[in-house]
Write a protein that binds this ligand. Structure first.
Ligand code: ADP
Length: 255
C-alpha cells in the first residue's frame, strides 16, 4: 500500500514546447505497490508527464528517479530495461498480426540482453523460442485472451484490444506500469473487468500509475490521486479529498 518505499519520484519536472509550458515544476512520489491516479482537464499535461517518465520526452528541467536513481534523460528502451512499461491512449498494436504474435513481439524485445547466452548455440535458440511461446500462453491466460490468440486485434471488440495492449506492456515484466486512459471507449462491464485486471497486476507486485477521466474507476482503484491543472499539480490526496477541492472544481469548470 501507500506505506511502501518510493519507487517513482518526480522532482520539479518542467517540459516546454517552444513557448508553451506543458509542465511547470511538477513533483510527486509514487510508492511501491500503489495504484496512483493522475487526473486533470484536457491539456493539463498528463500525457506529457507520461512521455517524460517513459523517456519519450526529455524534460526541460527537473529529474525523474526510479528506486532513488536518476533515470530522466534515458531513452525509452533503457527505461523499459529499468522496469517502466506503458500503454498509449491510441492503441499501438499490430492490427494485422495475431494477438499471440503481438505478445511474442513484445516478449522477444524484452529478452535482448540474454542474446549472448545462446547466440552460438542452436539448441539454445530453440529452447528460448519455446520459452517465449510458453510465456505468451501465460499472458494470454492471465488476461483472458486465450480464446482470441489467433485473431487479429483489429477485428476484436475495443475492450479486448485494450486488454491486449495491457498484456503487451506486461510482457516486458515491468515494475512500474503506466496506463494512459485505459477505460476510454469501454462500456460499464468492460470497465469493471479492467478494474479487476489492474488490481491483479498490482497484487502481483507491479506499481501502477493511471491517467483516467472515469472518476468512478479512479475512486474504486486509487488510494491517492494527483490532479494536474495547467501543467502544475493543483491537488493531491484521496479521491474523496480531491473531488471536494476548490482548485480542482475550478479547473474542471473551465474545461
Ligand atoms: P493532457 O494529457 O492532460 O490532455 P497533454 O500532456 O497532452 O495534456 O498536453 C499538454 C499541453 O502540451 C497541451 O497544450 C498540448 O497541446 C501540449 N503538447 C503536448 N505534446 C506536445 C508536443 N509534442 N509539441 C507541442 N505541444 C505539445
Amino acid at each position: 500500500g501507500p506505506g511502501g518505499e518510493p519507487l517513482l519520484e518526480i522532482r520539479e519536472i518542467a517540459k516546454h514546447f517552444r513557448g508553451l509550458k506543458a509542465l511547470k515544476d511538477v513533483s510527486l512520489t509514487v510508492r511501491r505497490g500503489e495504484i496512483r491516479g493522475i487526473v486533470g482537464p484536457n491539456g493539463s499535461g498528463k500525457t506529457t508527464l507520461f512521455n517524460v517518465i517513459s523517456g519519450f520526452y526529455r524534460p526541460s528541467g527537473g529529474r525523474v528517479l526510479m528506486d532513488g536513481r536518476v533515470v530522466s534523460g534515458s531513452r525509452p528502451y533503457r527505461l523499459s530495461m529499468l522496469g517502466v512499461a506503458r500503454t498509449f491512449q491510441n492503441l499501438r498494436l499490430f492490427g494485422e498480426l495475431s494477438v499471440r504474435d503481438n505478445l511474442l513481439v513484445a516478449l522477444d524485445r524484452s529478452r535482448t540482453r540474454a542474446i549472448w547466452r545462446y547466440a552460438l548455440w542452436p539448441v539454445g535458440v530453440w529452447r528460448q523460442e519455446r520459452r517465449l511461446h510458453r510465456r505468451a500462453d501465460e499472458l494470454l491466460d492471465r488476461f483472458g485472451l486465450t480464446g482470441f490468440a489467433g485473431a487479429a486485434p483489429g477485428s476484436l471488440p475495443y475492450g479486448i484490444q485494450r486488454r491486449i495492449e495491457i498484456a503487451r506492456a506486461m510482457a516486458a515484466g515491468p515494475r512500474l506500469l503506466l496506463l494512459d486512459e485505459p477505460a476510454a471507449g469501454l462500456n460499464g462491464e468492460e470497465v469493471r473487468q479492467l478494474a479487476e485486471i489492474v488490481r491483479s497486476i498490482r497484487d502481483s507486485g507491479v506499481t501502477v500509475v493511471l491517467i483516467e477521466h472515469n472518476m468512478g474507476l479512479v475512486m474504486s482503484l486509487c488510494e491517492r490521486v494527483t490532479v494536474l491543472g495547467g501543467g502544475s499539480v493543483i491537488a493531491e490526496g484521496t479521491p474523496a479529498e480531491v473531488v471536494a477541492d476548490h482548485a480542482v472544481i475550478e479547473a474542471y469548470l473551465g474545461d
